[in-house]
Design a protein around this ligand. Structure first.
Ligand code: TTP
Ligand code: MG
Ligand code: MG
Length: 406
């Protein structure tokens, strides 16, 4: 495989959920399976239930992209919608021209966040060294898990494939959703590998596969080559990853002249599939906060009727965050930004750690009383610090996947 005989290779996975927001919505509306669906609407895109006056049968009526008017953009699209050219970040009015019949659904971040926590928890049950890379993707350090399962290092990649299958099954069991996994010697190659067979793919790229699988890809696929670098590289004739990996002396000199020695060296080693960055596991949060900027500046007394429910809602959301993440807090604070952009914060430390909205609100209200509220307020925030883990833990842990077979 790689390295001296007998050495256990490093194996890292990159896992990314398939059409994440859209797939979550399809769990809610299974009748839309196979349809071109985009996510991005507001509350006006909530499907309506209509009752057939003759049969009395209920049916859902979905909003079509062609009926959308506004400046919103697509968050994601099902793979069926992508066949029409619809993509993340595309303005919906533009998308409507390509596929007016595509179905539009509203975004529901709370549900996506909860699904995100669930799939990550399912993975951590099998392989605990997880680096969070956003709502729908993670890196997983598999080397110690593989090491614990095999006697002969020659079995490492075979074992990794088995682990990859287990991870996919665990994610599906915990969420009902599919993901794509790349298995590779490091994060850089694993990220590329996970995209090679999307959706629902499991792709191994061992060191021996770099040349055949990675070198033919556009150089832009390297995480670290942005659109500007891509354009400059094209001017130098570097279009594919292999072009950078096999740069001769003249090209290397040109790369150094154009990008500097550091980037040029990085590019060449990255193109050869080299990357020693560790998988960085999540650290405990120092604090959790919620804040909101008002549509117009509000006055504490004159706009009390508006401010009170916003304040309560912030505390409720903060309590929800604490409970989901499995923490209680002993220091509650508030943050205000006034119409002159001055920021004021106040904190109070309490005897007993709390995670419920009512008590958080009580302490936060006490903080507010100590602030001069004669100016209008632009922003209000509530923060929980001095976090202690709650006794029951937080995340809704999935059930454990089957025992390893390798
Ligand atoms: P991605 O993983 O980039 O995309 P995806 O999961 O929808 O599709 P794929 O199968 O190709 O991985 O992003 C994850 C989610 O993040 C996506 O479902 C919606 C959200 N998102 C945005 O809101 N705006 C964006 O521009 C992108 C790229 C993603
Ligand atoms: Mg994704
Ligand atoms: Mg992603």
């Amino acid at each position: 495989m790689d390295g001296p005989a007998g050495a256990l290779p490093r194996i890292v996975a990159h896992l990314d959920m398939d059409a994440f927001y859209a797939s979550v919505e399809l769990l809610r509306y299974p009748d839309l399976a196979g349809e071109a669906v985009v996510i991005g609407g507001g509350s006006s895109a909530v499907p309506q239930v209509v009752v057939d006056p003759e049969t009395g049968v209920e049916r859902r009526v979905y909003k079509r992209l062609g009926d959308y008017a506004g400046r919103g953009v697509i968050t994601t699209a099902t793979y069926e919608a992508r066949e029409f050219g619809l993509r993340s970040a595309m303005p919906m009015m533009k998308a409507a021209k390509l596929a007016p019949q595509a179905i539009l659904l509203p975004t529901d971040f709370d549900t996506y966040r909860s699904m995100s926590r669930r799939f990550k928890a399912a993975v951590r049950e099998i392989a605990p060294l997880v680096e969070d890379r956003g709502i729908d993707e993670i890196y997983i350090e598999l080397t110690p898990v593989v090491a614990a399962r095999i006697d002969d290092p020659a079995d490492a990649w075979w074992c990794a494939r088995e682990l990859g299958e287990e991870l996919r099954a665990a994610v599906r069991a915990a969420t009902g959703l599919s993901c794509s996994i790349g298995l590779a010697p490091n994060k850089l190659v694993a990220k590329i590998a996970s995209e090679l067979d999307k959706p629902d793919g499991l792709t191994l790229v061992t060191p021996a596969d770099i040349e055949s699988r990675i070198w033919p890809l556009p150089v832009r696929r390297l995480n670290g080559v942005g659109p500007k670098a891509d354009a400059k590289l094209a001017e130098l004739g570097v279009r594919f990853i292999g072009d950078a990996a096999n740069a001769d002396d003249a090209l290397r000199a040109a790369l150094v002249a154009r990008f500097g020695a550091r980037y040029a060296a990085w590019l060449q080693s990255a193109a050869r599939g080299i990357d020693s960055r560790p998988v960085v596991t999540e650290s405990e949060p120092v604090s959790i906060s919620r804040e909101t900027t008002f549509e117009r500046d509000l006055h504490a007394v004159r706009d009390r009727a508006l401010l009170t429910p916003i304040f309560t809602s912030l505390c409720e959301h903060l309590a929800g965050d604490l409970q989901r993440k499995g923490y209680r807090s002993r220091t509650i604070g508030i943050k205000l930004r006034f119409d002159d952009f001055r920021i004021v914060t106040r904190v109070r430390t309490i005897e007993e750690a709390v995670d419920d909205a009512h008590r958080i609100r009580g302490v936060a209200a006490g903080c507010l009383k100590t602030v001069d509220l004669s100016r209008r307020i632009r922003l209000l925030g509530v923060r929980a610090a001095s976090l202690v883990p709650s006794r029951n833990g937080g995340s809704p842990l999935s059930r454990r996947a089957g025992e390893g077979t390798c």
